[in-house]
Write a protein that binds this ligand. Structure first.
Ligand SMILES: *[C@@H]1O[C@H](CO)[C@@H](O)[C@H](O)[C@H]1NC(C)=O
Ligand SMILES: *[C@@H]1O[C@H](CO)[C@@H](O)[C@H](O)[C@H]1NC(C)=O
Ligand SMILES: *[C@@H]1O[C@H](CO)[C@@H](O)[C@H](O)[C@H]1NC(C)=O
Ligand SMILES: *[C@@H]1O[C@H](CO)[C@@H](O)[C@H](O)[C@H]1NC(C)=O
Length: 336
């Protein structure tokens, strides 16, 4: 009697781990007892057949394992209940980032460690460049430059998340074509992203994509993704985005993307307002580049007070703090 097919049959309905243990025990037994007997009887040719069957079964088992979604949803102190932000699509976290060129693939990217670099002048007070460059992927926002600031912001850019209002300045940057492999991810209100010739931002994006088609990829958020970003804001703050007079920031879209494509997110230079008590932080400018003299701490506060058409960066960052309980996110310079 051949034990092995019997064993295989018997373990059909067991769980995966029981199945494996069963296989191990059964086949050890088989080798110890049955094989010498077969050898003796000159019937050992049945053994390779059983092995082949085993391998086939094991391979079948392996292919049945569902591929995990890119985010290990366990954050450092993950509370019970649903994940924040609620995923856009559980089975396909990066759906809704479509290529601006119709014949190209949608966004596909998974990084172990991401550096998410803010635009704050806070970065000028540190030399985080080397550390930022060590990340598997570096995410930057809008038109924040690298040249001339390498010591503080690093040199690499994997993804640049860009708002509709920054698309024109991105387009003017001649050296964009030097970023071989750069992925631009652009977001904007539905009407500017219309693909029928009437969407101003979309038109610029497709020019950008065509002119640099050999070196960069340009993606944009679908309308469903735009609706989702609003819904996340409403869920996390209790306030509908539109009627609360709020514009979402590029931070918001970048952080959502980061939770979808990175296992670990290291944020650089994003203040949650707490550091504004320090006298030396009060004079920090909003941006590390450009001539805008606005002070970050003043602006963060004023934005929250404005009734209409304002960003709410501190409100958004409160949500990020919550997300850090579900995703592996750390905030550096300042730490929080
Ligand atoms: C977060 O990521 C870092 C770097 O990849 C890792 O060392 C750390 O163990 C992670 N923490 C958790 C809770 O997963
Ligand atoms: C989620 O992604 C899968 C795979 O791409 C797709 O089939 C499905 O329709 C998506 N679900 C939603 C709600 O978009
Ligand atoms: C954009 O379109 C999506 C889907 O059609 C919708 O859910 C969302 O509310 C729209 N956003 C705005 C601001 O109109
Ligand atoms: C919003 O909250 C509801 C209720 O908790 C939840 O079912 C939904 O998935 C959330 N959606 C988003 C986009 O956060």
């Amino acid at each position: 009697m051949d034990l092995c097919p019997l064993l295989l049959h018997f373990t059909n309905h067991k769980t995966r781990s029981q199945f494996l243990i069963g296989l191990l025990l059964g086949c050890t037994l088989y080798m110890l007892v049955a094989f010498p007997v077969y050898l003796y009887l000159g019937e050992h040719q049945t053994q390779p057949l059983c092995q082949a069957e085993l391998i086939k079964r094991l391979q079948a088992e392996q292919t049945e394992v569902p591929t995990p979604i890119s985010n290990p949803t366990a954050g450092p102190t993950r509370p019970p209940g649903p994940v924040h932000p609620a995923p856009f699509n559980v089975t396909n976290p990066l759906s809704g980032y479509v290529n601006v060129l119709k014949d190209r693939e949608p966004l596909k990217l998974h990084c172990s460690v991401c550096a998410l670099v803010s635009n704050s002048a806070q970065l000028l007070h540190h030399e985080a460049g080397t550390e930022i460059d060590k990340a598997d992927c570096v995410i930057r926002m809008n038109d924040a430059p690298v040249f001339g600031f390498e010591k503080h912001v690093g040199t690499r850019t994997t993804v640049r998340v860009v708002s509709h209002s920054s698309v024109p300045s991105i387009k003017k940057v001649r050296y964009i074509s030097k970023y071989s492999g750069l992925k631009v991810v652009a977001w904007g209100p539905n009407h500017t992203m219309r693909t029928d010739g009437k969407g101003g931002t979309y038109n610029l994006l497709s020019e950008l994509a065509e002119e640099n088609s050999k070196v960069i990829e340009v993606y944009m958020l679908t309308q469903q993704r735009m609706g989702y970003a609003d819904k996340v804001f409403e869920n996390e703050t209790g306030k509908p985005r539109k009627t609360s007079g709020t514009w979402l920031s590029t931070d918001w879209f970048s952080m959502i993307l980061a939770t979808e494509m990175c296992d670990h997110i290291k944020v650089y230079g994003m203040s949650n307002g707490n550091n504004c008590k320090n006298p030396e932080d009060k004079s920090v400018r909003l941006h590390y580049y450009g001539g805008n003299a606005q002070k970050e701490c003043d602006e963060l506060k004023n934005m929250e007070k404005r009734k209409k058409g304002s960003l709410r960066l501190l409100t958004e960052r409160k949500a990020f703090q919550l997300w850090a309980q579900y995703h592996n996110i750390s905030f550096n310079f300042p730490i929080w």
